[in-house]
Design a protein around this ligand. Sequence first.
Ligand code: PMP
Length: 383
Amino acid sequence: MGESPGVIYFDHAATSWPKPPGVVEAMVSAMDSAGGNPDRGSHALALAAGRTIAHARSEVARLLGVSDARDLVFTSGCTEALNLVLKGSLKRGDRVVIVSAEHNAVVRPLYTLVTRGVKVARVPVDAEGHVDIEDVERAVAAAPTRMVICQHASNVTGAIQAIADLADVAHEHGAVMVVDGAQAAGHLPVDCASLGVDAYAVAGHKGLLGPQGIGALYLAPDFQPTESLQGGGGSSIEVTQPADRPDRYEAGTPNTPGIAGLGAGATLLLAEGQALMARERELTRRLHEGLLEIPGLRVLGPAPDVPRVPVLSVAHERTSSDEIAYVLDKRYGIAVRAGLHCSPWTHAAVGTLESGAVRFSLGWGLEDGSVDSALEAMHEICR
Ligand code: PMP
C-alpha cells in the first residue's frame, strides 16, 4: 500500500497516513466479529472484545518494553495521558522541573496546575533543541522537586533527549520522571524498563500507526496518580473505583476499535520496526542534506550526523512558512505543517517564534521518490 494518487504525505508527526495493512482491518473486525462490550457480559461477542483489548495491550506493552501489561493503560491520546499524570499527581506546593521544549499537551495542563499552587522551574534547550543534563541536575538540586518532565523527541527539531540519564537525575533527587513520548514511539526503540521512567505517554495515531483518538500511558508499578475518571468497569459491587490496573484508569466503555487498530500497528512494528526505522533514517538523512543545499533556507535541529526522529523543520529568510506550505499543497500536492506546531517554547528556543517553520515529517508508506519531489519543489519555491 502506498500513497493516494496526488498526495505526497510529509505530515506524519501530526498523524500518520496512510495506515499500514492490518490496522483498518483490525478495527473493522473489532466492530464486526468482536462487537460486544469488553469485560461486560459473558456472551461470545463481549468475550471476543475483551480478548481483542487484552491482545492489543500485550502487543503495545511488548513494543514499549513494559513487562506487566497491566501497567499500560489506554487513553484517548497522548494529551489525555499527560493530563492524567500531571493532574493526578501534582498538588499545591509541588515543584516541577520542565525542559523548555515541551508541547502544549504538557505545558497547558501544567500551567493550569500553576494556578492551583504548583511551582515550575524551566530548563532551557540549546540552539539544536537538546537539554544539557547538568542544567537539569542543577535545577533539580536547587529545591525539593516532585517531578521532572521532558519529551523523548521534539515535534519541531527532531532532537532526541537522553531520557535514561534524566531519569537517573530525577531519582537521585527523589523526583519522578515523566516523559512525553508522542514523537518517539514507533520512530525510536522505546524500552520503558531500561529508560527507568515513572510515566511514559504515547499517541496511538502517529508513529505507532493506529487511528486517531487512541493513546497509551505506562505507569511504573509504584507510581499511582489518582485516576481522572471514575465509573463502570469489569466489577460492579463497590462504590469506589477499583484499585487494580488497568481498570482503575479505564472507566467506561473503551474505544475498542481504536485499541484494536493500535494493537495492529504495534504488531507490525514488532515484526518490521527495525527495518522501517532504518528506512526512515535514510530518507530523513537524504531530505536533510538536500534541504541544507537550498539558499536562504535554515534547517532547525541537530546536524545530519546527529540522531533525530524523522522531523525536519525549515524556515526561509524571505518566504513565509504559511506561504511555503500553501504552495507545496496546492501546486505540488505535498502535505506538510506550517506554524508553531503547538510548541511555542521550542520555536522560541531555536529563534523561529516570529516566523514559524515548515515541518516535513516522515513515516510509514513514504515512497523513495517523495524526497526528490519535496526537494525539487522546495528549490523552485525558494528560488
Ligand atoms: N506531545 C507531542 C510532542 C506531540 O507532538 C503531540 C501531538 N501533536 C502530543 C503530545 C499530543 O498527542 P495526541 O494527539 O495523541 O493528544
